[in-house]
Design a protein around this ligand. Structure first.
Ligand code: SF4
Length: 403
């Protein structure tokens, strides 16, 4: 059974004031060691349970180490990777997220020797005022040196950039895009800054001490990115992701295409078949999440694991299973994820989920007429300019399956 594998490493050497990921800068070496042991235990338990219930061997099409800052570690991954090697599909993609300051010749060589073949680097911006505004710990010249070093060892590198940070001008963004193209980095993830409740930025925005960028200026940044990256030969895979031909991120497509993945570690999410090996041709799957606090997971590490279903196991490991999920929820997940990709929405799949025929609402008919959306057999695709308005289009698509 082919699935993806997501491994969350929650440790960071500093905390950025906008970040809402499961992360901590408060940890010691013993906790890190215990955490890696816990990852191995979670991995063995979940994979073992899938194989036991399906009677099939699990293999991985992609492995993604996300965080936090997985780039803080190198040889620590060896025991986990030893465990994973026998399950890798040919041509597997193995990504590790890192920050520019993690990139050294030693780290690159170790990651490569462990089989990693893709780096995702959190650059965020190359503007001095932007790096300060985003409370990052690297400078622009250090980031450019890191990118060059990384590309010398890994041809497949992603650069994360953020737009809409306080004080960013159109010229700042144009310069970031220009430097991205010039760097030769083949994949870019460009995110608009969001102000999440539980972050310092979110609190500052609530108190009026920081003013989020207007929707118009964010739309203008998005449009500039489309123009510059499209002109430089990058394919626009998804609203936030661009890739040169041959460098699309396979792990991302698992999420967008509603494919299954195992998630392990603090704050990790997973999406597994509900009845692995079952006869049903429509399995809405089981979604789960582990708590964001790594210490609460460590505390559960010594407990005996329950026999029974995958949901029992996840709960026993300290995770939470979404048991309120029904066909409507699955449809919302699928449409929300696929609408803003170049593959678009598989209407036949939606019809299978809902049991209803797709009946395009007037707004969709109008989009088709204006050629900002296309129907191609059972695929409905929207123009990339429309991906930015995903919420309103998702609503129109959902009501086109009348219940
Ligand atoms: S953005 Fe990255 S480095 Fe900064 S706190 Fe979040 S996970 Fe850590």
């Amino acid at each position: 059974m082919k699935v993806g594998l997501y491994i969350h490493i929650p440790f960071c050497s500093f905390l950025c004031h906008y970040c809402d990921f499961a992360k901590t800068a408060n940890f010691d070496a013993i906790e890190v060691q215990d955490y890696f042991t816990l990852l191995l235990a979670q991995y063995r338990a979940i994979i073992g349970r899938i194989e036991q219930s399906s009677g099939r061997k699990v293999s991985f099409s992609s492995v993604f180490l996300g965080g936090g800052t997985p780039g803080l570690f190198t040889g620590e991954y060896a025991p986990l990777m030893q465990e994973i090697y026998g399950r890798l599909d040919p041509g597997v993609e193995i990504s590790i997220e890192c920050n520019p300051n993690n990139i050294t010749a030693h780290a690159l060589a170790t990651w490569k020797s462990l089989g990693f073949n893709r780096l995702s680097i959190g650059v965020q911006t190359l503007q001095k005022n932007g790096l300060e505004a985003l409370t990052r710990d690297h400078d622009a010249s250090g980031a450019l040196r890191a990118l060059e070093l990384a590309l010398g060892v890994f041809p497949n590198v992603n650069m994360d950039l953020i737009y809409g940070w306080p004080g960013q001008t159109a010229a700042d963004w144009a310069d970031d895009l220009r430097q991205l193209v010039r760097s030769g980095i083949p994949h870019a993830s460009l995110y608009s800054l969001t102000y999440e409740d539980r972050t310092p930025f979110g609190r500052m925005a609530r108190r009026g001490r920081i003013k989020p960028a207007s929707d118009d200026s964010l739309a203008a940044r998005y449009s500039a990115a489309r123009e510059v990256l499209g002109g430089a030969g990058y394919e626009h895979d998804e609203v936030s992701n661009w890739a040169r031909p041959g460098f699309t991120c396979r792990h991302n497509w698992l999420y967008w295409d509603f494919k299954h993945f195992v998630g392990i570690g603090a704050g990790a999410h997973g999406f597994l078949p509900l009845a692995p090996g079952g006869a049903s041709d429509l399995d809405l799957g089981l979604r789960y999440a582990f708590p964001r606090d790594f210490r609460s997971l460590l505390r559960r590490g010594h407990m005996e694991l329950p026999a029974g279903t995958m949901a029992d196991l996840i709960t026993g490991l300290g995770g939470e299973v979404d048991d309120s999920r029904d066909a409507d929820a699955a449809l919302i997940e699928y449409v929300g994820g696929s609408l803003r990709t170049r593959h678009g929405i598989d209407l036949a799949f939606c019809e299978k989920i809902t049991g209803q025929a797709f009946t395009a609402r007037p707004a969709i008919l109008e989009a088709l007429r204006r050629e900002v959306a296309w129907r191609d057999g059972h695929r409905l695709r929207f123009d990339p300019a429309e991906w930015f308005r995903e919420n309103s289009w998702a609503g129109e698509v959902l009501v086109s399956f009348p219940s």
